[in-house]
Design a protein around this ligand. Sequence first.
Ligand code: LLP
Length: 447
Amino acid sequence: MSIAHVAPAARAVPPGADLSVWPASARTAPGGDIVVGGVPLAAVAERFGTPVYVLDEGEVRERCRTYRRAFPEADVVYAAKAFLCRAVAQWIRDEGLGLDVCSAGELSLAAAAGFPSERIVLHGNAKSPEDLRAAMELGVGRIVIDSSSEIARLAALVPAGARQQVLVRVVPGVAAGGHAAVRTGTDDQKFGLSVTDGSAQHAVARVLGQPRLELVGLHCHIGSQIDTVKPYQAALRRMVGLMARIRDQYGIELPQLDLGGGHAIAYRPGEHALDLLTLAHRIRAELADGCARAGLSVPRLTLEPGRAVIGPAGVVVYRVLSVKRTGKHTFVAIDGGMSDNPRPALYGVRYAPRLIGRHSTAESRQVTVVGRHCEAGDVLAADVPLPGDVHPGDLLAVPAAGAYHLSMASGYNLVGRPPVVAVADGSTRVLVRRESLDDMTRRDIGL
Ligand code: LLP
């Protein structure tokens, strides 16, 4: 996410041929195209128009399996905020993962897709009455308490004779994450309950005082796009410490510990992804040691990866609309931008677009790829190499586009949100169709 993640390692691969941040199925094809999931991307662009988001189903499934293999003893819960549609909910369900949702909307969509409600975890720093009602009606497995005011509100909704499983979200005081906006492990932000000022301990006491709530464990999510294991180990130690204090004070051993998500992926060749096997190995050792020292039995772990499950499975294809050469820069403008991917504007992230659909022998030049929106800050990738003859009508493909693009897309400039097309074994399936002008104007009912 930041420059700091770029490894200096020299690569033997020539610039345009590096597919290291693409789905594993990606292959270069004759004529300068790239094939993903057995489908040439230029053909997808031709058939469905641009911009188009392509999701490699096999890559999503394989990533789910990698998590399950790395953490066979844990619950792996996919964070739906990274991207959710009904087909994805079914892939996640079929691969045996749970689902982390944070609104009645995400919850209802998952339920409509047949996602088993007992495998759903509900989050949210400010859960609305509708969120909590939907959770009760659909019977979600676990609810993560994020503020003390929510405890009595939730308990009041639980039917007589029933008990709702809850976890308390704790701020462990660990700073980690690729950008200030996604660091959630310290006290200076809105999520969770502080251990330092005692709000976490207070919330635990209040939950224990509610007979309709069953406190099953503690939760923390320290941030996003974290590429080293150390912050997780630090958080784990503090969580185990708190579990031991809860045992000492109330005589209960909490059976679950949820360590959230945040596992980094590489957006550009040379960037580091968090190594899952190292994470699994170190967390397991740290948990075993910490619990042994505190005389606790080892709790069941939950992990909540979003980006690392779906991010690398997505590729977006844009068409070049204009090429403008100013004194210092060449601006290559595409037919999408901050309305389908607000991440560069929000977090300063840069991507690695490449020309597809034709072969160019032109020497590569540094250009700045910009979006079509009415802001100078609508920059997708500054100073990236593209063939010097890039021109309107060309196709640019951007890898690592599966997470937090469309789930954060907006209606800015009324350009309409792009479709999502799944690719697998050489065939395509539209998962979400393009947003039409009609979709957008239908809500405009004031005239
Ligand atoms: N669990 C909780 C409670 C979370 O809040 C999040 C993400 C996750 C799990 C999943 O985190 P992941 O594994 O995807 O990093 N829009 C930002 C990321 C915001 C993450 C919000 N919470 C971005 O585009 O980088």
